[in-house]
Write a protein that binds this ligand. Structure first.
Ligand SMILES: *Cc1c(COP(=O)(O)O)cnc(C)c1O
Length: 341
């Protein structure tokens, strides 16, 4: 029986089309700026968002960490949501890499607003920490894949400009958000100083993320990437996968969202499910009834059916739908979920 893996949208494997494309791409030494495939990917992605330049990096964590370093000085403060990836899942990199502290906001399902941010910006006084950066996440992983519309982002961008703060977007799943809002990538690019996008999540590439910004940002980011140990050589084979992903796998993201919605509908009917966070995109987070299963028990029950899932807390489960999660797998998991009733 084929394994169904809903632990993350990072588990996808390159398709045959992607592998063929990777194998026939030209490469060179990217530390010397001589990899034609990486250069093409960076140019393509930058143009997609109307940004001057882009930088290919091994991971989304690295693109975010480089962005934080770009926009801050040691001793500064950044503002982000309490659920944000940069704060929770990047190994303390905000302080480790940049010597910066985080001022956390309890956002609305992980979303900040100008009203929430404004009172947190410190005035310029000798004894106060300098606030230099606001970082948003779209979609919000830990809040169940909720997303911002451009209308919600605009006032934040305006406030940051007014107060002289940089605005970064952790857009690991930005294309999932755009698939729902129908906002354009080109428009989105106008409202942020820098944007991270992941090629290895819903887009199905095996590796890679991009940091987008001005030419000057990217010039400085190249140096920081080297400092962080992320300068790669003939990585054009990987960049080709990213280029293939951007050209072929954006249009289908909505399918992942529809499948997630379908699973949400089924979960709502099950007595062992206590509550579900609203499903907006491809992430489903729900709580199990304590009387029935712990997260660990539930994980084992599904593992026995060749279904891999991730307990996200003692009673909390997360499913993430993705490119390799087929209609047939959807049918199978629905059947298994019902059988555990
Ligand atoms: C996955 C993810 C990242 C980057 O993760 P890497 O595993 O380092 O590529 C960043 N932000 C969010 C919200 C993510 O989900």
């Amino acid at each position: 029986m084929e394994i169904v893996d809903l632990r993350s949208d990072t588990v996808t494997r390159p398709s045959k089309g992607m592998l063929d494309f990777m194998m026939h791409t030209p490469v060179g030494d990217d530390v010397f700026n001589e990899d034609p495939s990486i250069n093409e990917l960076e140019k393509y992605a930058a143009e997609l968002f109307g940004k001057e330049a882009a930088l290919y990096c091994p991971s989304g964590t690295m693109t975010n960490q480089i962005a934080i370093k770009l926009h801050t000085q040691p001793g500064d403060e950044l503002i982000c949501d309490v659920n944000s990836h940069i704060y929770n899942y990047e190994g303390g990199g905000i302080s480790f890499n940049s010597g910066v502290q985080a001022k956390l906001v309890n956002g609305d399902e992980g979303r900040l607003s100008a009203e929430l941010i404004e009172p947190l910006i410190n005035p310029d006084l000798d004894w106060l920490t300098r606030t230099s950066l606001v970082s948003l996440e779209n979609t919000v992983n830990r809040a169940g894949g909720s997303y911002y519309t451009l209308e919600q982002i605009k006032p934040i961008s305006k406030l940051c400009k007014l107060k002289g703060l940089a605005l970064h977007l952790d857009g690991a799943r930005l294309f999932n958000a755009l698939a729902e809002t129908k906002d354009s990538a080109l428009e989105t690019g106008k409202y942020f100083d820098t944007i991270s996008i992941c090629l290895s999540k819903g887009l199905g590439a095996p590796v890679g993320s991009l940091l987008l910004g001005t030419k000057n940002h990217v010039k400085r980011a190249r140096k920081l990437r080297k400092v962080f140990g992320g300068g790669m050589r003939q990585a054009g084979f990987l960049a080709a996968a990213g280029l293939y992903a951007l050209k072929n796998n954006i249009g289908r993201l909505k399918e992942d969202h529809l499948k997630a919605k379908l699973i949400e509908g089924e979960l709502k009917k099950l007595s062992y499910v206590e509550s579900i966070l609203p499903v907006y995109t491809n992430i489903i987070i729900f709580n199990l009834n304590k009387e029935k299963f712990t997260g660990e028990e539930f994980e084992k029950k599904l593992a026995a059916e060749n279904i891999k899932i991730a307990a996200f807390g003692k009673q909390t489960i997360r499913f993430v739908t993705h490119l390799d999660f087929t209609d047939e797998m959807l049918e199978r998991i629905v059947k298994v979920l019902k059988s555990l009733q």
